[in-house]
Design a protein around this ligand. Structure first.
Ligand code: FUB
Length: 467
């Protein structure tokens, strides 16, 4: 049985940000960092991998740990974190994993014969004389490698440019030999950072981090996180390491700039840093990115949305949804977990996550406990949006809540739309289900719940019930 694909696409207790998707032998593999639920910093875990059949994107399989953090000779004690990796297939047909540890400036490489087997440490990217890239006088520190192999050359894209840091120039590209380690073309800068973007087309969207590269037809798409962090932007070129032209925003993890259902400058989810890439799966293109949970920057989860290319190759910004890889709306019947909320805001929308008392997605237990996520710290006028559902003859809606909440949920099909009905809830220390007769209009429809009342209830799920 095919499962519906959801956002986030992995189980809600898994925290894999910085996702780089690739299709190998009929399966989509996702390579990313590994955050912890309640982690105190980014990337506290070993690299793990998940995969799904290209024609069943709701059916993800855990491939296990593919690389342990202390496998790198520089990190024998495991005190450094494995930051965002990328994978490429070398000219020898083997899979090469590129990454940078959080406290060093060089690029490490590991290798494996299969996409998701046990990767083994292989070496550091270096100049012909053996000096590591990032350690030669004048080198800028290496960060967030993105890789593309063409023939015997591998293009390595790196960089991190904080606002105000004049020591950083922009995103870099360095060409490696067929051994996947030795530099054969020196580093060039391909996209400016905020300190070098003045007067360029990149102003306001200068390179921050998360370089990633894909090729579509004869065009290279350079995907990166911009200086505002929550957005993934792109630039295009006919060449892998020069002449990139700014394209636009592909996705923002707070849906900024999207003006179809809200004002463009209104954040509709809690944003923060972002990292991912585009990929073609079964003839459709998607953007993979991550969202933020638990009121912190350190518990990020992978999401994906379909992307639309215009005739000229430009990309339309994708809206955040609850059903990204599903290829269409979710079935408008049955119980859906609240952690699928793609919109979450109060009457004072916040752009960046971090306010501990703001509503958020959380889970019970500790990292690794397979506890399904829910929304906590709901306060008066909290709105939770779920997109989209194919509804026919829905006559009742139920919610399951717990906690100190004494009020009601308004049910709507637009966050600022007419109230279709209300569901009253009460204080409870266990999950309790409440239902009301509410007709949802037939057709493809979004579900919005707005809480009105006192206290701070938690929402486990909602249910669409046919008449
Ligand atoms: O995951 C750790 C760091 O956060 C990555 O290396 C960056 O791209 C950002 O997502």
């Amino acid at each position: 049985m095919k499962k519906q694909a959801l956002n986030p696409y992995l189980p809600s207790w898994e925290y894999i940000p910085d996702g780089e998707p690739y299709v190998f032998d009929g399966r989509v593999y996702i390579y990313g960092s590994h955050d912890f639920y309640n982690g105190c910093v980014f990337c506290m875990g070993d690299y793990v991998c998940w995969s799904a059949p290209v024609d069943d994107l709701g059916n993800w399989r855990y491939e296990g740990v593919i690389y342990e953090r202390n496998a790198d000779p520089l990190n024998k004690e495991g005190k450094m974190c494995l930051y965002a990796p990328d994978v490429t297939v070398g000219p020898d047909g083997r899979y090469y994993l590129y990454y940078v540890l959080d406290k060093v400036s060089c690029v490490s490489v590991a290798v494996c014969d299969t996409p998701a087997g046990k990767y083994e440490f292989y070496g550091y990217v270096h100049y012909a004389d053996g000096t590591k890239l990032g350690e030669r006088q004048g080198d800028e520190p290496q960060f967030d490698p993105g890789v593309l192999t063409e023939g015997e050359k591998t293009y390595l894209y790196t960089g991190f440019c904080g606002r105000g840091d004049k020591s950083r120039t922009g995103a870099m590209c360095t060409v490696l030999d067929k051994d996947m380690l030795t530099i054969i073309e020196d580093t060039v800068f391909v996209v400016p950072g905020s300190e070098t973007s003045a007067g360029s087309q990149y102003v306001g969207h200068a390179f921050f981090e998360a370089p990633s590269i894909r090729k579509k037809g004869d065009t290279y798409y350079f995907v990166y996180s911009s200086e505002v962090m929550h957005e993934l932007c792109y630039a295009t070129s006919k060449s892998p390491n020069k002449d990139f032209v700014y394209g636009g925003v592909i996705v923002s993890n707070c849906d900024l700039h999207i003006d179809s259902y809200k004002p463009a400058d209104m954040p509709a989810a809690l944003g923060a840093n972002n990292h991912g890439s585009i990929i073609e799966i079964n003839g459709e293109w998607y953007i993979f990115y991550h969202r933020h949970t638990n009121g912190t920057w350190y518990s990020r989860q992978g999401c994906a949305e379909k992307v639309t290319f215009n005739e000229d190759g430009s990309i339309q910004q994708a809206m955040m949804t609850s059903c990204g890889l599903n290829g269409g709306p979710l079935v408008g019947e049955g119980e859906y977990p609240a952690y699928l909320a793609c919109n979450l805001f109060t009457d004072k929308p916040e752009l960046y996550i971090g306010n501990k008392s703001y509503p958020k997605i959380a889970q019970d237990g500790r990292d690794g406990d397979e506890e399904v996520g829910y929304i906590t710290d709901i306060c008066e006028k909290t709105t939770m949006g779920f997109k989209s559902f194919d509804c026919q003859n829905v006559k009742k809606v139920a919610v399951t809540t717990r906690g100190y909440g004494n009020g009601y949920f308004e049910v709507k099909s637009a966050w600022d739309g007419a109230v279709l009905g209300t569901i009253a809830i009460d204080f409870t220390n266990v999950w309790e289900r409440y239902e009301a007769e509410i007709t949802i209009p037939d057709g493809v429809c979004d579900i919005y719940l707005t809480y009105q009342g006192g206290g701070n209830p938690q929402l486990k799920s909602f249910e669409l019930i046919k008449g």
